[in-house]
Design a protein around this ligand. Structure first.
Ligand SMILES: *Cc1c(COP(=O)(O)O)cnc(C)c1O
Length: 842
């Protein structure tokens, strides 16, 4: 808690803090003065108070000054050296809070902490004032953010591009009805971490038509123009001067679009119509797309990101060649690498072709060669419903020139197959880009990416293997070397060093170095101490401290008090049927029923557990919302049942986001990564938990496979069907051959009996019944895996009773997590896909 001294709430003197002899004291005095300066002179607040909120903004602005300085130096250095540079295009970034991270990466924690104390505040309370920048949904966006941290830390010439959504991912509240969504106004006051670049603006065209000149050249004309304005978020590397940019585009109408005549005539709404249309583009992340209008808006967002980013990239490419004699466009791929984070930025492909041909006058072959050598694509899913397909008519209307280019790419691809690979002709209907099904003609974005890029990668070994064997199998024989694996990673700065300082200092002490923060493989040296009792004692006390903090947090946000001596069992991630939160809660229901049936003596012998859930359900995903409600209803009964609530609690932690994750993960002991095998491409929270000494119960899916390999199978609670068994098991079920486990039937029956309230859970449980079909017939194999899941949970209970064994497993989890640093992932991208090298600022 804050030590509220007399300075809090009073006006801080601008330069009253005395300079002291000690270097840290001197530094912190300077910082305190600088913070005070910002509190007094930044125009955002009246200067008569200095509460936590104002202290946060003043501190952030003081840190930002340093970032701007480093950012400028980095930019100038890149400009001078002109290295090949990577541009990471992503519709999502899940940045979380910036203050602690920036101060940590700049390695000025102590000085800032001391400065704030001088001003009557505590760092922790100040950092908590910041709203999460939640410009993403989940794993994919968080991956992009971890990648930026690694690119900066590794001194790579690389930038991120995204959109500056006015409202990020919705805020989740839990009521009696379940999840409720409200707009997350992260820019409510303002963000001190973004710098608007009024001089960086590009026109983005929508609609219009293609004009053909007498010479045959084509040009996209008319329609409407909206301006893309750049906001830069500086991304500092860890203990390096290099500070790169996350450039976010905002949409803006020009003054000429404001109809002054109409306005003066009293027609205020129609006068500002175009302005409001411009604002819609960056209003929200993933607007609902059930309507035609919603679909159009999403496509506009995607094109807006791609066009603005490419215009910017090309502008910089030319700028760096200014005054140089005789440069050639063919050098472009030697200077520019563009990575598409999933298919959302696919339009970068036809946009680059369009600019090169229509604006720069290149021919098709040259433009195509440059495009292919520039673009690389990361696939994140094999779920058929998640593979993007855009209606040809929507695309034609919004982007007529791009539609022509896509048609031409498709035509040439098919001609190439027919002339060189007759054996593949029968596969062409699946391989080509346009699906001309007369009912619903669409553009298949993943196919466009595969055909137009030099490299395609999956995000974990199993996922990349599945891509090659199934989704993209037909292409592999044409381009055998195009397909790669890049197992995801997470940044050890945010996900260990800063979120668990206690555990970090123990690690540093035992490894006798803190180099593990940038060389995570060094963690493997902890293995030799896995049985050391002294380490066990320190490790256990750090874990306990984190569990207590977490228990306080849970009490504060849910009102439920949980026992730090119970096993902390956590499943946090987006709510999705394939992630199987339903399996977890059915297991909890069964556990509750058995506890009820026991006598007091028997209960005492069980392992006490606190099962925590967290995650947001997409607003229109009905079954996911029902799962959220079920978890909360089960919790309400279990937590208030005096017979069992010493041995079991079920808690739903609301509004899961990066900051909540930073609180939950360090306090976790067991975490659940239990997706139906073959459906989770990688997962990254499994890596965060494992790094923090948390043991995983999981299926052989995504990166779980590699985590288990690294930390040892005896330290991983494995259960469930394997990916290659899933098709057969689904078939057997369709043929009525599946016999459910009686425990599974008992758990479902208990819910149906009304034990958790009167809500009709048949609507949810029906998805587990029947024999076939998506959303019926237990497509995600919950019933199939239930018995092996319960057996694995029984092994967990036994293992937890043996404190030494559990601590050893925990240490070995951390020790085996070195591979999952995003530094390793990004180095592989840099060497094997982008062909870029470090460019450290001297
Ligand atoms: C890491 C992270 C995710 C990804 O979680 P998975 O379990 O890999 O799906 C999602 N949301 C947040 C806030 C995260 O930090």
């Amino acid at each position: 808690m804050a030590t509220t001294t007399k300075t809090e709430g009073s006006v801080p003197g601008t330069a009253k803090v005395p300079a002291e002899a000690h270097p840290l004291a001197e530094e912190s005095s300077k910082i305190a003065s600088n913070i005070s300066y910002h509190a007094c002179y930044s125009p955002h607040f009246s200067p008569f108070k200095f509460d936590r909120e104002q202290a946060y903004y003043a501190t952030a602005e003081s840190v930002r000054d340093r970032l701007i300085q480093q950012w400028n130096e980095t930019y100038l250095h890149f400009h001078k050296v002109d290295p090949k540079q990577t541009y990471y295009l992503s519709m999502e970034y899940l940045q979380g809070r910036a203050l602690t991270n920036a101060i940590g990466n700049l390695n000025i924690q102590n000085a800032y902490a001391e400065a704030l104390v001088k001003l009557g505040h505590e760092m922790e309370n100040i950092a908590e004032q910041e709203k999460d920048a939640a410009l993403g949904n989940g794993g994919l966006g968080r991956l992009a953010s971890c990648f930026l941290d690694s690119m900066a830390t590794l001194n790579l010439p690389a930038w991120g591009y995204g959109l500056r959504y006015r409202y990020g991912l919705f805020k989740q509240r839990i009521t009696k009805e379940g999840q409720e969504e409200t707009a997350e106004d992260w820019l409510e006051k303002f963000s001190p971490w973004e710098i608007v670049r009024h001089d960086v603006m590009f026109p983005i065209r929508f609609f219009g038509q293609v004009e053909v000149s007498p010479s045959g050249s084509r040009k996209w004309v008319e329609g409407e123009i909206i301006q893309a304005l750049a906001y830069d978020v500086p991304i500092p590397g860890y203990k390096t001067k290099n500070t790169i940019s996350l450039r976010l585009w905002d949409a803006k109408a020009g003054a000429e679009d404001f109809n002054l005549f109409q306005f003066n005539d009293g027609q205020y709404e129609s006068a500002a119509q175009f302005h409001s249309r411009a604002q819609q583009i960056c209003a929200v992340l993933y607007p609902g797309d059930t309507t035609e209008n919603g679909k159009l808006l999403r496509l506009k967002q995607q094109y807006f990101l791609c066009s603005a980013s490419l215009q910017d990239i090309i502008f910089r490419f030319k700028e760096r060649r200014e005054g140089k004699r005789a440069w050639k466009w063919s050098e472009f791929p030697n200077k520019v690498a563009v990575q598409l984070n999933d298919t959302h930025p696919t339009l970068a492909i036809p946009e680059l072709m369009r600019i090169l041909m229509d604006n720069e006058g290149l021919g098709w072959n040259e433009a195509w060669d440059i495009t292919k050598r520039t673009i690389a694509y990361t696939n994140h899913t094999v779920l058929p419903e998640a593979l993007e397909k855009w209606s040809q008519s929507v695309m034609q209307k919004l982007l007529p020139r791009h539609m022509e280019i896509i048609e031409e790419i498709d035509k040439r691809f098919m001609a190439m197959i027919r002339s060189t690979r007759m054996d593949l002709e029968s596969k062409l209907p699946n391989m080509c880009i346009l699906d001309n099904n007369p009912q619903k003609p669409v553009v298949r974005m993943a196919n466009l990416c595969v055909v137009s890029s030099h490299t395609v990668n999956g995000v974990a070994q199993l996922h990349s293997d599945i891509l090659k064997a199934e989704l993209f199998a037909d292409y592999v024989s044409i381009w055998p070397t195009k397909f790669q694996n890049k197992t995801n990673g997470i940044t050890p700065r945010r996900w260990l060093r800063f979120c668990s300082p206690e555990l970090s200092s123990i690690i540093t002490k035992w490894l006798k170095t803190d180099r593990w923060i940038t060389d995570l493989d060094l963690l493997s040296n902890l293995r030799q101490f896995a049985d050391n009792e002294e380490l066990h004692a320190e490790w256990a006390s750090a874990k306990m401290a984190n569990k207590r903090l977490l228990a306080q947090y849970v009490l504060q946000v849910t009102g439920v008090s949980i026992d730090p001596n119970s096993l902390f069992d956590i499943q946090v991630k987006r709510i999705h049927e394939y992630k199987r939160q339903l399996l977890n809660i059915l297991g909890a229901v069964y556990r509750y029923k058995k506890l009820k049936e026991m006598n007091a003596e028997e209960r005492k012998k069980t392992t006490a557990r606190t099962i925590m859930f967290g995650g947001k359900a997409f607003a229109t995903y009905t079954n996911a919302k029902r799962i959220v409600k079920l978890v909360n209803d089960v919790g309400a009964v279990v937590n208030n049942d005096p017979d069992v609530n010493k041995y079991l609690k079920v808690v739903f932690v609301p509004n899961y986001n990066v900051s909540v994750a930073e609180m939950l993960i360090p306090g976790s002991e067991l975490s659940q990564h239990i997706s139906t095998a073959g459906m989770e491409a990688s997962g990254t929270s499994n890596m965060k938990f494992s790094l923090n000494g948390c043991i995983i119960i999981g299926t052989l899916d995504g990166a779980n496979v590699e985590i288990r390999e690294e930390i040892g199978e005896e330290n991983f609670f494995l259960f469930g069907a394997k990916a290659n068994e899933v098709p057969r098991l689904r078939k057997e079920r369709e043929n009525g051959l599946f016999k459910p486990d009686p425990r599974f039937e008992e758990a479902k029956q208990f819910i149906r009996s009304g034990a958790f309230g009167s809500y009709d859970y048949n609507l949810l449980l029906e998805s587990l019944e029947g024999n076939s079909g998506y959303g019926r017939g237990d497509y995600f194999l919950v019933g199939q895996d239930f018995p092996s899941y319960m057996d694995a949970q029984a092994r967990v209970d036994e293992a937890y009773k043996n404190r030494k064994r559990w601590l050893k497993m925990s240490i070995l989890s951390t020790a085996g997590s070195g591979k999952f640093s995003s530094d390793r992932t990004i180095m592989q991208y840099a060497k094997e896909i982008w062909n870029i090298e470090a460019c450290p600022v001297p």
